[in-house]
Each structure stands twice: as C-alpha cells, then as structure tokens.
Design a binder for this molecule. Structure first.
Ligand code: ZN
Length: 462
C-alpha cells in the first residue's frame, strides 16, 4: 500500500537549513534580557552574526538600521516562528554523574553520595570520559545550555578527555578536577602524597586548558567540599586559583547533616562559610553551589567578598536539602545564577530549574518564610542567562543578545509548549511563562556558541 501523500506534496520544504558557522543573519522572534536592565521582545527580529562569531546587529527586521532592503532572500535564514534567545548558563553540574540522573530519590545527601555517586566517579577513567563527555555536551546543548561550569572526577586523564571533547564540540565550558584528601578513590597513594598530587595535576590541567580557544575553555580549581577536604587542601587550592586567575568552585551549606559534619571537622570556624573564608576561598572568582541555609553573617560575608552562588532548586528538593530564601539573598545583593547540579538534580535543563525554583519560592512564601516579592518569568530567565554569565565574569561575552557579545544563541519552538492546538500565545510575558512552566524536552531546536552550530538539539522543524 503506498504511503499517504503529505499535505504539502509538491511544495518546497519550509524547514530552514541552520547555519553551521558564521557569518550569518537570522530572522526570528527574539527574546532577551538586557544588560542595562529589563528585557526586549521583537516579534520579527534581525540578528546579524559577523565572521568572528560576534553579534553585529540586533534590530527589528525591517527597521531602517536593519538594512534589510539590501539582502537577497538567500542571505537571511528565516527561522520564524521560532524564538531566538541567549543560550542558558548552568553554573553547577557534575560531568561523571549524568548516567545516574534521576536515581536515588528519597535519600539524604550523604547517603546518596555513598550509594549512587562515589561508585560512579571512582570508575570515571579516561575511556569513560571519552565516551560520556561528548554525549553530555550534546545533552546540555539540547536543553539550551551553551555555557556550563562542571565538576569532573578525580583523575587527571579523564579531565584531559573532557576538555578535548569540549574543544571539539564547541560548547563553552569551565571544568575542574575534583580535589579531595579526606575521602579518596586511589588507595595506592600514601596519605601525604594525595594533596601534593592533586595540586600538581590541577595546576597542570589549568596551564594546558585555562583560557584555551580565546577563553571558551577555562579551568576551575575544584575542592569538592569541606567534608572531603582538609584545611590545607582548601587553602592550597584557593592559592592556586588566585595565582593562575582560574575560578575556584566548591559546595556550601547544602544540607543540615553536611553542615553539622563541617562544624565537627572545623571546630574553630565561626560557621560553614568561615571555613572557606579562612582558606582564602571567597571572592569574585569563587562559585559556591547551593548555599541554602546561610545565616545573616554568612550572607553578609559572601556579599562583601563578591562571592557567587549557584542556586540549584531541583537538586535541593530532590535530595530534600531545603529551599533557598532567594528573595532575602537577592535583597542583600548576592550574585546568584542557576545550576542543574546533575545528578543531584535529575535534569540538565535550566528551564526546569526556573520552574522548580519558582515553585520552591511559592512554597517558601506559603509556609510563611518570606513575603518579599517573587521573581516573575523574565526574572527567572535573567537568572538563567545574564546573571549566570555575570557570576562567571562573562556578562560582557554572553548571557544576552546585544551587539558586541559573542553569538551564544538558542532557537526554540514555543508551539511545543502549548497545552492544546490553537492555544499558542504571542504576549512576551505569557510566552516566557509557557517556556518555563511547560518546558518541552525537544523545544530547543538549535544552539550556537560564537555562531558555531552545536551538535545536540533536534534541528529546525519542517
Ligand atoms: Zn554538586
């Protein structure tokens, strides 16, 4: 029996071919936060990407400044009705943990680490990294993430493989080899050698990869957290980050049991934040994941030092760690971006973090924790893009679609978020609300970093 003829038989396919490398010009709906505050929405925009991969024009398509009249039709890739947005920024994820995402619901943090995470990381050698890292970058890009700050495992060769894969894929990444000297996987190393080896390997990786490819690839010195690191390791790692200009990342105040354990291990410290402060770890290049249970003193100290926080709402509820009092933190002036914390969080999608984050804040308000104003959908978009970039000191490079920035873009099909045929929305606030609260796993159709198309998203729809 012959296949049924499609309704469009005889017509030329409307699927646009996605530009793979710069320069190119897109015509699409456009939605972006703005560096100066607020956001922009254009229902018919022109987005010019120059040969170096930078945004050289963002304007209404037919505006006099847009110079549309000089284009031949072939010069412009028309993506309408897709929406083009800045690529999302994930401030916290664990590369080796992706295979166990979604497993272990109901366990507390320290039990979950022992059962699902440490065994996975212990086996994360270079062969595993070569297999997993490319698939992980495709998964991040498919979710709309174009910049990600990652923890690797403890083995230097696996980090080398992870960087090589990122270099080839095109995603913007900052990665660090996990350092820990209280708990360790390699039993062949004598106690005294663990710290020295970890520092030397971190320094070697940093010298090879930090600022590679014009700064697309960067290094983060990565002591896991105070429970698994000695005071000396925390101090030496912070010194290495300061000496090299690399980032310094760790976990802070995620779970009540963890906080109690840190108090036991560091009896002289004022509180958890003070452990890192005494090590010289706080500052604008430091990204601290979670920070759910901060005292006023800790919050003030993080703000004072310019330290950054990765808010990981889905992970915090998956592991029942707590709900971050976000409005209090923002009012105090803390710089906060979003992190998936895969696999503490079950999903790499930053849109999912916006949704669960908003629901967590609603829960916090309902339970009487706070009556400060909640973020609206554009506030969440800003946190998942421009604020994440600001946390990394990259807000002049990425995080919004503005002339002069590098072209880190995603194209989405908002019709996939409609609950039923005929219910598409055009209003930008309603559009943003749908993208967050009805995120579809295939709605990101394309992603670019510096105008280079990333492997991962499904591609434009015919
Ligand atoms: Zn984590």
């Amino acid at each position: 029996m012959p296949a049924e003829a499609p309704a469009s038989i005889g017509a030329v396919s409307t699927a646009p071919s996605l530009p793979a490398t710069p320069p190119f010009t897109l015509r699409a709906r456009l939605l972006t936060p703005l560096q100066a505050g607020g956001q922009a929405y254009l229902d018919d925009a022109r987005i010019d990407v120059d040969a170096t991969g930078r945004l050289s024009g963002v304007s209404p398509f037919a505006s006099p400044g847009g110079d549309a009249s000089t284009d031949t039709p072939a010069a412009v890739v028309d993506l309408r009705p897709l929406v083009v947005m800045p690529g999302l920024v994930d401030l916290h994820a664990h590369l080796p943990q992706l295979p166990n995402a979604g497993l272990g619901a109901g366990l507390d943090l320290l039990s979950w680490l022992g059962r699902y995470i440490f065994p996975l990381e212990r086996s994360f050698d270079d062969a595993t990294a070569e297999r997993l890292a490319p698939a992980a970058y495709r998964a991040f890009a498919a979710a709309g993430t174009t910049t990600v700050l990652l923890y690797g495992a403890v083995y230097e060769p696996s980090l080398e493989a992870a960087f090589r894969a990122a270099e080839a894929h095109g995603i913007r990444v900052i990665i660090g080899m996990v350092m820990m000297d209280r708990i360790r996987y390699d039993e062949t190393l004598p106690d005294a050698a663990v710290l020295e080896a970890s520092l030397r390997q971190s320094a070697d990786l940093c010298s090879r990869w930090h600022m590679r490819d014009g700064g697309r690839l960067r290094y983060a010195v990565t002591p896991r957290f105070a429970v698994s690191c000695s005071a000396e390791m925390l101090r030496e790692s912070a010194a290495l980050a300061a000496d090299t200009g690399a980032y310094w990342q760790t976990h802070l105040s995620e779970d009540r049991g963890e906080i109690a354990e840190v108090a036991r291990l560091f009896p002289d410290a004022l509180d958890y934040t003070d452990v890192y402060d005494r090590a010289g770890g706080l500052g604008p290049r430091s990204i601290l994941a979670h920070a759910v249970h901060l005292s006023d003193r800790e919050l003030a100290r993080l703000v004072e030092t310019g330290s950054r926080v990765a808010h990981c709402p889905e992970s915090n509820l998956f592991l029942a760690s707590g709900i971050m009092p976000l409005a209090r933190y923002l009012e105090a002036g803390l710089i906060v971006g979003l992190g998936s914390d895969v696999a503490g969080g079950p999903d790499v999608s930053i849109f999912r973090q916006m949704r669960v984050g908003a629901q967590g804040q609603s829960t916090w308000r309902v339970m009487g924790g706070d009556d400060r104003p909640a973020l609206d959908p554009f506030g969440w978009l800003r946190m998942g893009t421009l604020e994440g970039a600001r946390a990394l000191g990259l807000d002049a490079v990425t995080g919004s679609l503005e002339v002069g920035k590098e072209a880190d873009l995603i194209a989405l099909d908002p019709s996939m978020t409609s609950p039923v045929d005929g219910s598409d929305v055009q209003d930008p606030d309603e559009l943003m609300s749908r993208l967050i609260f009805r995120t579809h796993p295939d709605m990101v159709r394309a992603a670019w970093v510096r105008g280079r198309l990333l492997d991962g998203p499904a591609g434009a729809v015919a």
